[in-house]
Design a protein around this ligand. Structure first.
Ligand SMILES: Nc1ncnc2c1ncn2[C@@H]1O[C@H](COP(=O)(O)OP(=O)(O)O)[C@@H](O)[C@H]1O
Ligand SMILES: [Mg+2]
Length: 437
């Protein structure tokens, strides 16, 4: 990401230096020497073209001039922070249409091109290869979608419904962090031809919040496949809402696939999570094939230690060095946290559009549950987009209070810390790759 953008900035430099004759002068001095509204920002007058050569020269000149203007404006925009485009999440309030919301229900960039083929089952964990076979069968049978009345048909005519390979309206993958549930769910999504949606449980509840229940059902009823990642059972209201949504969709003949995490700290609870799921979606339970995927976190990390926070005095220099050429969202942590209260969580994805990296000044422990839960959604969207995070203040594993980390929403907080830590590590690795000196 930053390599590409750094390349683009180098290009700006080359164009500017040749057209301005400023070879040898550092770019920030060009900007300082020639403020925004000087003569160089106006295009040269057009010349009448006399022959083909002159015509070609004229075109070339126009192109060079366009490139030059782009380069100039980029450099001048960057005056405050050399080579880094600075934005603030806390000033962004994106408006999002229904179509844009639905268009967001695709695999996150991290899972943009995964497949069953790229999933490498652990030979010592038979449930992993079983999951692949089961999902491949499910994908095949989803291609032959039953025409309407899914639940009615399934309840009233089980023999008929079971004629296909899995005979189920839904499939549910349960297992610990990092065993590849999202990888498999995304692979299923890629395999089945659309219309189809994939998103997290929270994204679907946000969709219902933004559209209304009825409109969400209407919008998704014509889909062939709806995938719900990270089904959460810790909020009774949301669970009932999602169960209703799934029931209506199944009734309309939509195939469903869901996943849910089991905390590594509660090994052995895996079966309970599956039982909870069954109980909560009782009406659908018989129609869900439930599969528990055993195994270690593929990334070989549980809740890893986050990198040391950066000192406030180093933050700016680190940002300029490590994120050169990128668009970086720089926010005071407390201002960002307050800002989230005024933006619907379904819009956090758009809030991050064009952002390559994030810098947070003075991270502090969030003490209020509602604030913390909003922050979890932001953490998910940052992780989806693979945005490295550089932060000062408290380490990211102190983002939530000990009560939160052990309370009813602990899964969410655990996930958020794990994800933010991975993103902070990414920023650290980018820093480690920078040349010394
Ligand atoms: N068996 C596997 N083969 C290849 N990649 C895997 C495997 N399991 C997990 N991964 C990769 O490890 C990372 C974490 O997996 P993920 O699907 O997010 O796990 P989960 O959803 O179960 O927490 C992803 O980048 C995923 O592609
Ligand atoms: Mg997952």
């Amino acid at each position: 990401m930053s390599t590409l953008r750094a390349g683009a900035v180098r290009e700006f430099r080359a164009v500017s230096s040749s057209s301005e004759g400023k070879i040898g002068l550092p770019p920030h001095e060009w900007a300082a020497a020639e403020p925004l509204n000087q003569r160089n920002h106006q295009r040269p007058p057009k010349l009448p073209f006399v022959n083909a050569t002159q015509y070609a020269v004229g075109i070339l000149r126009e192109v060079m001039c366009g490139l030059h203007l782009m380069a100039r404006s980029k450099i001048l925009d960057d005056r405050k922070c050399f080579l880094v485009q600075v934005e603030q999440l806390s000033t962004r309030r994106p408006a999002v249409s229904v179509d844009e919301l639905l268009a967001g229900f695709v695999p996150s960039p991290r899972f943009g091109d995964v497949s069953f083929g790229s999933y490498r089952p652990d030979p010592s964990q038979p449930s992993q290869s079983e999951a692949v076979t089961l999902l491949q069968d499910f994908a095949k049978s989803s291609a032959k979608k039953q025409a309407g009345g899914g639940l009615r048909k399934l309840f009233g005519g089980k023999a008929k419904a079971k004629a296909n390979s899995t005979g189920r309206a839904g499939i549910y993958l349960d297992g610990g962090f990092g065993v590849g549930k999202t990888h498999l769910l995304s692979s299923l999504w890629h395999e089945v031809e659309g219309p189809k949606a994939i998103g997290t449980f929270v994204e679907y509840t946000n969709l219902v919040g933004a559209l209304s229940f009825r409109k969400t059902v209407e919008a998704l009823s014509s889909y062939k496949l709806v995938c719900i990642d990270e089904f959460e059972l810790d909020d009774p209201g949301d669970t009932v809402l999602m169960s209703r949504l799934m029931r209506e969709l199944a009734d309309a003949g939509v195939r469903l696939a869901a996943t849910s995490n089991t905390l590594p700290g509660s090994l052995g609870d895996g079966r309970f999570a599956a039982v909870d799921f069954k109980r909560e979606i009782q009406v659908l339970a018989d129609q869900f094939e439930i599969l528990h995927i055993d195994g270690e976190d593929f990334r070989h990390r549980g809740l890893p230690t986050p990198p040391e926070p950066v000192a406030n005095s180093d933050l700016d220099a680190r940002m300029r060095r490590d994120f050169a050429g990128s668009t970086v969202a720089v926010d005071d942590f407390s201002v960002l946290v307050d800002h989230l209260a005024g933006v619907h969580p379904s819009r956090y994805r758009q809030m991050l559009s064009d952002i390559d990296a994030a810098v947070w000044r003075n991270v502090h422990t969030i003490t209020e549950q509602s604030v913390a839960l909003r922050f979890v959604v932001l953490a998910d969207r940052l992780y989806d987009k693979d945005v490295p995070i550089l932060a000062s203040g408290v380490p990211l594993d102190q983002l939530f209070t000990p009560e939160m980390m052990t309370g009813g929403y602990q899964k969410k907080y655990f996930r958020a810390v794990s994800r933010l830590t991975a993103l902070a590590r990414e920023a650290q690795e980018i820093g480690d790759r920078q040349p010394v000196g």
